[in-house]
Design a protein around this ligand. Structure first.
Ligand SMILES: *Cc1c(COP(=O)(O)O)cnc(C)c1O
Length: 467
């Protein structure tokens, strides 16, 4: 226990005045010991916007977006004999109107997967040329929305969808821009990848079965469709480039087969899944500046050796842009010592949120850390578990973390790297209102998404709301 405690205590952030590379750019410890987001202390933010609260560091988000855009632009620059690149932000990781505006300002395109995401992007100012639509079960209404706005990429996920897209396009008198989503057999996440897996999953059309090629040919031959190319997405939280490069080679080979028979394939999309550090002890993630040139080199060498044109390349990062830019603030409630079988105790620290604002620990066993945010304590550290307020024993926020022994009700805990798949996966379980999202940047704070009220929760219940 001592060893794990000393490992965990290394997770603590900065001394007063110091900045930590692990936290978003704007985060510092103020001289009074409070964690600050730019000009705003954790306690100021909670008193203004309520607890729990998602805080998005807008400068950090914008910076990560810019780094991806510029790394890809440089490596795939037309002046180097390439055909350019597009970085399309996966809005499912986090979307608010302001975040979408920031993403567009940074030069990102946007991926969506439902009418809800597509509609938000359009309302926030995106145009069809900046948008993509995914989904393994798109409704006719979703296809219609995308086609009528001339969405740049609609990712076909089944043979049947090619026909449906054709009908909807014909009805609207438009040509849908189509990519075929391919399962390449490469699956990754974490360090390793499997290169020979069965395609036993709901997404895409498999390379091995020939269905991907069949869909591409049928889309290319269809007069109502504008066939643009092939897509793959091999997993999430991937930390090494090898799986991406292997999957890229498989898409390139399918492209060659299509090119040989006269089908043009101007674009390839290699999806998202770039990992982030959830704990300071996690390995460093792939840096865009290292990854982009390696991807470009793989593609250039392949195409040169076969005397093929170089395709325009797309990637779709979500988590790696918004994950580290977000922090969740919670207020501490009840604290109890639970005796364990081995004679020791575990400190359970309950906070005012939990699986309704961060589902990932319950859904994937994901690990996070937490930090006392409203003051610095010099008390000894205790091995603690931060849990939520929901009626579920799996409602864990942070499984193991070293927190000071004088932690008390009313203290504020900050959980970093919650920008991706936090707010976007939030629920109303136990009829808990979803937290607000605020953006901090350029010395300002602004409300992106207001906090839900209890009235909001009841509003859809017809017995109660009509009283
Ligand atoms: C989820 C998803 C992404 C983004 O994944 P991250 O792990 O957040 O980078 C990109 N493309 C597709 C098709 C996805 O489903």
């Amino acid at each position: 226990m001592d060893r794990s405690l000393s490992q965990l205590s290394k997770l603590a952030c900065c001394e007063p005045g110091e900045v930590s590379a692990f936290w978003p750019w704007s985060v510092t410890r103020g001289e009074e010991g409070e964690l600050r987001f730019g000009n705003f202390s954790a306690s100021d933010l909670l008193s203004q916007f309520g607890s729990p609260l998602y805080v998005l560091d807008e400068d950090d988000f914008f910076g990560r977006a810019t780094v991806w855009v510029s790394a890809m632009a440089e490596s795939f620059w037309e002046g180097y004999g390439m055909s350019g690149a597009t970085v399309s932000y996966a809005t499912k990781a986090f979307a608010s109107g302001y975040a979408i505006k920031l993403a567009l300002d940074a030069g990102l395109s946007l991926d969506t997967a439902t009418a809800g995401e597509l509609g938000l992007a359009l309302r926030a100012g995106a145009v069809g040329a900046q948008l993509g639509l995914h989904g393994n079960n798109k409704s006719d209404a979703e296809l219609e929305l995308a086609i009528s706005h001339d969405v740049a990429h609609i990712y076909v996920d089944s043979l049947e969808e090619v026909e449906r897209l054709s009908h909807v396009s014909a009805r609207l008198g438009k040509r849908a821009n189509v990519m075929v989503r391919v399962t390449t057999g490469v699956h990754a996440g974490g360090h390793d990848f499997i290169a020979t897996a069965h395609e036993d999953q709901k997404f895409g059309l498999s390379l091995a079965s020939g269905q991907a090629e069949q869909a591409a040919r049928s889309a290319a031959a269809n007069e109502h469709l504008n066939f643009l190319g092939l897509h793959c997405h091999i997993g999430s939280q991937i930390l090494s480039p090898s799986a991406f490069l292997e999957s890229a080679l498989r898409l390139l080979k399918l492209r060659s087969v299509l090119l040989e028979s006269g089908v043009e394939v101007p674009e390839l999309n290699f999806g998202g899944g770039y990992g982030v550090r959830y704990l300071p002890s996690d390995p460093l993630p792939l840096s865009p500046a290292e990854f982009a040139p390696r991807l470009a080199q793989t593609i250039r060498e392949y195409c040169l050796s076969r005397q093929e044109s170089v395709p325009h390349v797309l990637i779709e990062p979500g988590r790696s842009i918004v994950g580290p830019a977000g922090v969740t603030l919670y207020q501490v409630g009840s604290i109890k010592e639970v005796p364990l079988e081995d004679g020791t105790t575990r400190t359970y620290v309950s906070v005012d949120g939990g699986m309704s604002d961060n589902l990932r620990p319950a859904l994937y066993g994901a690990s996070y850390t937490a930090l006392l945010a409203n003051r610095v304590s010099r008390e000894p550290l205790r091995l603690s578990r931060v849990v939520g307020k929901h009626c579920e024993s799996g409602d864990i926020v942070v499984r193991d973390v070293a927190l000071p022994a004088d932690l008390q009700r009313g203290d504020i805990l900050a959980v970093p790297v919650t920008g991706a798949y936090g707010s976007s996966m939030a629920s109303n379980y136990n009829l808990v209102p979803r937290p607000a999202v605020v953006g901090v940047g350029a010395g300002q704070v602004r409300l992106h998404i207001r906090r839900e009220s209890e009235e909001d929760l009841w509003a859809r219940d017809l017995l109660v709301s009509e009283k």
